[in-house]
Design a protein around this ligand. Sequence first.
Ligand SMILES: Cc1cc2nc3c(=O)[nH]c(=O)nc-3n(C[C@H](O)[C@H](O)[C@H](O)COP(=O)(O)OP(=O)(O)OC[C@H]3O[C@@H](n4cnc5c(N)ncnc54)[C@H](O)[C@@H]3O)c2cc1C
Length: 258
Amino acid sequence: MTETAAPPPAAFAPPTRFAVPGRIEVDGRVAGAWQPATLTEIRRETPRASTFRLAVPGWAGHVPGQHLMLRLTAEDGYTAQRHYSLASGPDGSGHIELTLDHVRGGEVSGWFHEVARPGDRIEVRGPLSGFFAWPGDRPALLLGAGSGVVPLMSMVRHHRARGLTVPLRMLVSARGPEELIYARELGTETTPVFTRRAPDGMPVGRLSAAHLAPLLARPPAGGWEAYVCGSNSFAEHASRLLVAAGQPVERIRIERFG
Ligand SMILES: Cc1cc2nc3c(=O)[nH]c(=O)nc-3n(C[C@H](O)[C@H](O)[C@H](O)COP(=O)(O)OP(=O)(O)OC[C@H]3O[C@@H](n4cnc5c(N)ncnc54)[C@H](O)[C@@H]3O)c2cc1C
């Protein structure tokens, strides 16, 4: 019998083609620990979406774009867990904000929209995701649809709160103006795209190459980092448009809610 030595393990070298500069390290101990959170405020954003402000005394802080895991526990011990993006910027206030769409028949979003009251206690664990995070260090092109605007708004809020000068642009798709989440807060950095009903003088239609062309024809120094968030179909559509307009695939980060 001949024995052949196993080949020596190759030294680890991150494949440069798939390297993701800017990936944020997630602390496993923080991400794995459930923490109590108390609901302090509920704000309606649209007929279907509301923002829920939570006091989380042990919150470790987050980077815009990250999300958390939330857990509801019934009196009989039954639990339900879901992921939710952080809507607030990292402001060190000991509070965080989530914005939830009311999904028809949805277990967790239904509880928040129909039952939850200030003072209610839940549990959260996070922040999670090192990939869909924007520390504010590079030009960001944000594309969102529906509640996909939530993690992108955290980036916009961070950009404003810190007075960052790095370019940031956001395109948000909504069915109509009444469904545009955070409408009152959106500024000149944002272009809304209305797919069913638009205010007078504005076109109705999907996000298209025409929306992206002016931004991608003359990218800022260093190029855009693109962040796409929404349903599976929106993520697919928006990322195809980005690639067709010349955005490098490895500089497109996608978060799917669907
Ligand atoms: C990383 C991540 C971040 C997320 N961030 C947010 C956020 O910021 N805001 C937010 O509102 N949601 C967000 N979601 C979606 C969220 O996790 C839940 O899936 C959503 O709230 C539905 O949960 P539910 O318990 O209410 O519905 P469920 O009881 O799980 O589902 C009820 C019914 O609705 C369908 N359904 C489930 N989810 C959706 C949906 N999103 N749209 C349409 N139909 C659906 C199901 O197929 C089912 O038939 C995120 C998801 C991920 C993976």
